[in-house]
Design a protein around this ligand. Structure first.
Ligand SMILES: [Zn+2]
Length: 221
């Protein structure tokens, strides 16, 4: 069971991946998380990645692919894996095809206006990084319930102050989404041509969506 999760920033693909992976007994692989971990541990790879990021560059594809190649050979990937955050371009998808065979690409979509509302309602704890969402979003059959703190503006876990990242402000969100759609539209076509795309439209919170996603993924068990 080898999956790629695609979806715009803020759609919740990381949340869904982290919820379904343990149920299916497969690994949730986020290249961003791997790099953050390597940087923290100050490994050779971490130092290299850090220098790219500090100079404002993307980590080169060869490095990402090499890291993935090693990662998917680990024990927890025996039954399969979910790639979250990679590939983002056709070139990366082609490189990925050289090291493994993907069974399906789960493309998670959400109405753009709702997505903007959802992202701009995101609040993060300054202290521990926990993410909340203060909006109760409804449109037709769609209902995205809030993930609100018990006390307004205060983190449930650590009492830290909640804030809105500049990146999550509406104007910035629209721009980030435009970049995403421009970049990934060709990637979606690439996987469509291979017959691998499975589209999932978000109509509710994780409790509603996780079973829907699981049902599709289990077809590949
Ligand atoms: Zn906190």
């Amino acid at each position: 069971m080898r999956f790629v999760f695609l979806g715009p920033p803020g759609v919740g693909k990381g949340t869904y991946a982290s919820r379904v992976a343990p149920i299916l007994g497969i690994a949730h692989i986020s290249t961003g998380d791997i790099f953050r971990e390597e940087i923290k541990k100050e490994t050779e790879l971490g130092k290299k990645v850090k220098s790219y990021l500090e100079s404002g560059q993307l980590v080169p594809d060869e490095i990402v692919i090499e890291v993935l190649k090693q990662r998917i050979e680990e024990d927890d990937c025996k039954k399969g894996f979910i790639l979250d955050g990679f590939p983002r371009t056709i070139k990366q998808a082609e490189e990925l095809d050289k090291i493994t065979k993907i069974d399906a690409v789960i493309n998670i979509v959400l109405d753009e206006d709702l997505l903007v509302k959802k992202i701009s309602a995101r609040r993060i704890c300054r202290n521990c990084g926990k993410i909340y969402n203060i909006a109760d979003i409804r449109k037709g059959e769609i209902h995205l319930p809030p993930i609100a703190p018990k006390k307004e503006g205060i983190c449930d876990d650590c009492g830290g102050e909640l804030y809105q990242r500049d990146d999550d402000k509406e104007e910035v969100v629209r721009e980030r989404l435009n970049v995403y759609y421009e970049q990934t539209a060709p990637l979606i076509d690439y996987y469509k041509n291979k017959g691998l795309i499975r589209e999932i439209t978000v109509t509710g919170g994780p409790d509603k969506m996780v079973p829907v996603i699981l049902k599709i993924m289990k077809e590949y068990e």
